[in-house]
Design a binder for this molecule. Structure first.
Ligand code: 8YV
Length: 321
């Protein structure tokens, strides 16, 4: 007797190839982005899917949710959920699982890699050596990172992991958040502007979405000042990227390390020409260990939902339904 495996709509290829294979083994998977005519595919087959899989980067637009009238659950690869259409999903009554917790260490590690690179000019020094400039001149001296004041915007799981790393660098930590975090040993500053004024280095670990859009603007960058550094491992949307490029170009801040951009994969061209910014292609969670753990949670959330009607880790607005 043929067993019927649940049908799953995969929005696109996953950030770990192995996960594509594991999903295809356990479920009857259709990958929407691989269909010759995705819109027509949805119109013809959308009603057959109760489950969907996507990633934080791909998200899930309202047009797709609306074309899946029987959608019950979405399992998303990633901790951010700003690219999944909340209103459409709530209208549909679909629940959403995600992968918090398992990527905190690697994202905090990359925040520190960018912080050290930006302050010490590591990427720039690499270009200097490769160009053969070392035989003609000295590489300029840079800014010490240890012992500096570290401001954290967004004291969630990732922010507090960054704060733990900071103690090894003898840094003083303060943070700004929507509200003070109970039990946090760090100083809470009630406005981002105050935090930027106080900090030598400002690290962004706040969630993306409309509530945080362009929080870091020209005024905040001016408050950070010409000796200040900005690191962003959260979402490009939190920063006004044009204002940042302008501040870097005109030395209104000293430097920046960015893993995320407003329009990925297209960083603002003005940034590409600058030596005082380190650019990474959204790789903070991109280690074998972390991507494996994220994939396991994507699979586990899907299994749990099918078995019990609740995923192991559920996006807050989904859980509140
Ligand atoms: C991933 C991310 O790169 O978790 C997130 O929210 O942005 C990153 O960890 C992303 O999920 C890959 O799609």
């Amino acid at each position: 007797m043929a067993t019927t495996r649940p049908r799953v709509l995969q929005y696109g290829k996953m950030p770990l190839t192995q996960l594509d294979a594991e999903l295809a083994q356990a479920y009857e998977v259709s990958i929407l982005s691989e269909q010759p005519d995705p819109e027509r595919f949805l119109a013809e087959h959308g009603g057959q899917f109760e489950y969907a899989v996507t990633s934080a980067a791909m998200g899930l637009p309202a047009g797709v949710v609306d074309a899946l009238p029987n959608l019950k659950f979405v399992s998303s690869f990633g901790v951010g959920f700003d690219a999944l259409d909340k209103d459409a999903l709530l209208r549909r009554g679909a629940r959403v699982g995600y992968t918090p917790g398992v990527l905190d260490d690697c994202v905090a590690d990359l925040a520190f890699a960018l912080l050290l690179d930006a302050t010490r000019g590591l990427s720039e020094s690499d270009r200097f050596v490769r160009r053969g400039d070392w035989s003609q001149s000295r590489f300029g001296i840079r800014t010490r990172a240890s012992g500096k004041r570290l401001g954290i915007l967004g004291m969630g799981r990732i922010g507090s992991t960054v704060a733990r790393r900071a103690s090894g660098f003898d840094m003083e930590v303060a943070y700004h958040n929507r509200r003070p975090v109970e039990g946090s040993p760090h100083q809470y500053l009630p406005s981002l502007l105050e935090l930027a004024r106080w900090a030598d280095i400002l690290v962004i670990t706040a969630a993306g979405g409309e509530g945080t859009r362009h929080l870091v603007n020209a005024e905040v960058l001016a408050a950070l000042g010409p000796q200040g550094f900005l690191v962003n491992v959260a979402r490009g949307s939190v920063v006004d990227e044009a204002a940042l490029a302008d501040a870097l170009e005109n030395k209104r801040i000293a430097g920046a390390g960015l893993d995320v951009f407003e329009d990925e994969p297209r960083p603002l061209p003005a940034l590409l020409a600058l030596d005082n910014v380190v650019l990474a292609p959204h790789i903070a969670s991109g280690t074998h260990e972390t991507r494996r753990a994220m994939a396991d949670l994507v699979l586990h959330n899907l299994q749990q939902f099918i078995a019990t009607g609740r995923p192991a880790a559920e996006v807050p607005w989904s859980a509140a339904q």
